[in-house]
Design a protein around this ligand. Structure first.
Ligand code: T3D
Length: 263
């Protein structure tokens, strides 16, 4: 599939994994209008490409993403904040959560403001030892956005979320692991290998089952017990009718690794 041209991010595909690298290192990968536009385009490209089964989101240089580019906010034609949120930020985090392919956040350094929101919107997070996560919105007189007030309490519980949102507490990678915000912390030079290893394991799964599992995990954050049981049954009905499920059984009985095609 033809890859769109990007200026402020890198989009690379290999081994059924798309890696999106925010690439404005001098500004700690702060989000400008063009970068937000490119990020949405990259997510959509990964979604359309049948070869791609998992996505890695990371940043170049020493930061994951420092959130909104604050210099851009001073430009006379900057959109009102509510417009910027509705028209540029929300579509990105919605696209991330709706993408039927899991996103592994490779948190290479600081994730602040909307950069933290991007990290939260990933399905899994693996962090480098020196990484940190801070909502940082309060410091510039703003309210956490891009889904942070919804995702953070569900991931870490209301007490830690309140401390981060109201008192501006920054979590180190080790703290983030301790409170359940990430699943692994690794030395910085092992981060991308760790993210690729996780993404490769996801990519080896049945694409339909993986997509439905992502959906089920998200839905369960909002639904009750009985509703979840019903939903699981519905999704299992869909997964059970795939050729991949039949292949999984045959492969098990043949004592070999399954070859899932997405059919
Ligand atoms: O549209 C809307 O505005 C609404 C949406 C809002 C969503 C948001 O994201 S609001 C929150 C915006 N983000 C922040 O407030 C974080 C600002 N950055 C920082 O607090 C710090 O930079 C960090 C804690 C992330 C890292 O600190 P440190 O000491 O490691 O680095 P630094 O020296 O502060 O930054 C290095 C460079 O990156 C520096 O540029 P310079 O002086 O070398 O030319 C700095 O200005 C630049 N930079 C860092 N963050 C931003 C940024 N430039 C523009 N925008 C940034 N957000």
């Amino acid at each position: 599939m033809a890859t769109p041209a990007f200026a402020d991010l890198r989009y690379e595909t290999a081994d059924r994994i798309a890696t999106i690298t925010l690439d404005r290192p001098d500004a700690l990968n702060a989000l400008t209008v063009p970068l937000k536009r490119e990020l949405l385009t990259a997510l959509r490209a990964a979604g359309r490409d049948r070869e791609i089964r998992a996505v890695i989101l990371t940043g170049s240089g020493r930061a994951f993403c420092a959130g909104q580019d604050l210099r851009e906010r001073l430009e006379p034609d900057a959109a009102p904040l509510e417009v910027e949120i509705r028209e540029r930020y929300n579509p990105i985090v919605i696209a991330m959560r709706d993408l039927p392919k899991p996103i592994v956040g490779a948190i290479n350094g600081v994730a602040a403001g909307a950069g933290a929101s991007l990290a939260l919107a990933c399905d899994l997070r693996v962090a480098a030892e020196g990484a940190s996560i801070a909502l940082a919105f309060g410091r510039v007189g703003l309210v956490p956005d891009s889904g942070a007030t919804w995702l953070l309490p569900r991931l870490v519980g209301p007490a830690i979320a309140a401390e981060m949102a109201l008192a501006g507490t920054t979590l180190s990678a080790a703290d983030a692991l301790r409170v359940g915000l990430g699943s692994r912390v690794v030395p910085a030079d092992e981060l991308m290998a760790a993210a690729r290893e996780l993404a490769a394991r996801i990519a080896a799964g049945s694409p339909t089952a993986v997509a439905l599992t992502k959906l089920a995990l998200q839905r369960a954050l909002e639904a009750g017990w009985r509703e979840t049981l019903e939903y699981e049954a519905d999704l299992q009905g869909i997964a059970g009718r795939t050729a991949d499920h039949a292949e999984g059984i045959v492969a098990f009985l043949d004592k070999r690794a399954p070859e899932f095609t997405g059919d």
